[in-house]
Design a binder for this molecule. Structure first.
Ligand code: HEC
Ligand code: HEC
Length: 349
């Protein structure tokens, strides 16, 4: 056959073109267990193996802060569910903010696309712009960060592999950070093993589970829903921490300017809750026991924006001391050691 060499020639041309042409990053396999919800990704920033690898390096890179002392990982520590055990994280100048660091757990599930305690960021990509230039966090500028990253040959290759370009800019940096954060998925706790039929809960754990799911007892499930396995509805609402006269941080209202949003904050997940204290947007409680005994047990404080699901507001919850202990025992089953120690999420440097 005379045509064969021609065909071969064209075939190899095609191969050459496809290799040198548009780059192909490898789609990231989230490996979600059956019966669990699927992560949500924006179509213009699909998660890839190469993007995650880059995002992870950036997440732990102290060069993002002005004086090279602080990375994202400084205030979002893996063993604490990517939160900070300090009530208020210290920025590079040693200054403290007035909000507790948030956990970074199952962030890929966020139907409302609202991030931060007050919901001011509308995507993870958008969120990631902020810490770098926040004067009481990393106190840097994006041009400076991009300059430092461009000077590092290893980064040039990593950006090339992830995004097919060596033209590094702040948008690509935040895209990579968002990709890494979407992989921080925690579905392998003792509770998950129970869901998968691999073990039985103890009677105390099981009682705690039923109590938080019961409308007449703990009544936590409206807001920290166990059914979809996320233990948060992710909504911004007021769980009655303070009476109106004591409101200092207006939360979601700062974003919307709607008086109905005053003192509303993002509902955090109860996953890994036992290792992620202190608790609430201002870190006012040191232990989960305090959260229940000093807050929820009394039903919360009445105000004009308190959520209707705080049903026992002037009444308090009908929980015995054993019930409270059982709720805490159950919450321990949401600690996911494989997540908290997963080497894929640790500092690669
Ligand atoms: C100095 C400590 C500090 C540093 C450094 C820091 N954070 Fe945070 N992070 C916080 C605090 C505090 C909050 C809550 C702030 C608020 O709500 O106003 C937060 C909130 C977040 C949230 C919102 C989570 C949610 O559920 O809405 C994300 C995501 C996040 N940080 C990612 C990052 C990334 C990425 C970096 C690095 C570029 C970073 N953080 C650097 C302290 C820090
Ligand atoms: C009306 C909705 C609602 C109900 C009901 C509710 N929570 Fe919450 N929960 C929230 C919100 C919102 C926050 C964050 C509030 C803030 O920081 O201002 C929160 C915060 C928490 C925190 C602190 C989390 C952290 O990371 O700081 C814990 C622990 C908690 N809730 C446990 C419970 C338990 C246990 C119950 C049932 C006894 C319960 N919640 C019932 C909405 C609710």
């Amino acid at each position: 056959m005379k045509k064969a060499p021609f065909i071969l020639f064209f075939l190899s041309l095609c191969l050459l073109w496809s290799c040198s042409g548009k780059h192909q990053a490898t789609p990231y396999d989230f490996n979600i267990p059956q019966g669990y919800p699927k992560p949500i990704e924006p179509s213009d920033n699909l998660t890839t193996v190469e993007g995650v690898k880059l995002g992870r390096k950036l997440f732990y890179d102290k060069r993002l802060s002005r004086d090279n002392t602080q990375s994202c990982g400084s205030c979002h520590q893996q063993e604490h569910g990517f939160s900070d055990p300090a009530r208020f994280s210290k920025g590079i100048k040693g200054q403290e903010g007035h909000r507790q660091s948030m956990t970074l757990i199952n962030l890929a599930y966020n139907p409302y696309q609202r991030f931060f305690w007050d919901g001011r960021a509308e995507s993870l990509e958008q969120q990631a712009f902020e810490p770098v230039r926040n004067p009481i966090e990393m106190d840097n500028t994006w041009p400076e960060v991009v300059k430092r990253i461009r000077a590092d040959k290893e980064y040039l290759n990593l950006f090339d592999e992830a995004f097919g370009t060596r033209k590094i800019d702040s948008t690509l940096v935040t895209k990579a950070l968002a990709q890494f954060m979407r992989t921080l998925i925690s579905f392998d706790s003792r509770f998950d093993k129970y869901v998968r039929g691999e073990l039985n809960l103890t009677p105390s754990e099981f009682n705690g589970y039923n109590l938080i799911q019961s409308q007449v007892k703990g009544d936590c499930f409206h807001c920290h829903n166990a059914e979809d396995k996320l233990f948060t509805g992710m909504r911004l609402l007021n769980n009655g921490l303070d009476p109106e006269s004591q409101w200092t941080d207006m939360g979601y209202y700062n974003v919307t300017k709607n008086p109905a949003d005053k003192a509303k904050f993002k509902t955090p997940t109860l996953r890994n809750i036992m290792v992620s204290g202190p608790y609430m947007h201002d870190g006012r409680f040191n232990t989960v026991k305090d959260v229940i005994e000093q807050h929820y047990f009394f039903g919360g404080n009445m105000s004009s924006t308190i959520d209707p699901n705080m049903e026992y507001v002037n009444q308090g919850l009908d929980l015995s001391a054993t019930d409270i202990q059982d709720i805490i025992t159950f919450l321990h089953t949401l600690t996911d050691d494989s997540f908290l120690t997963d080497p894929e999420f640790s500092d690669p440097n």
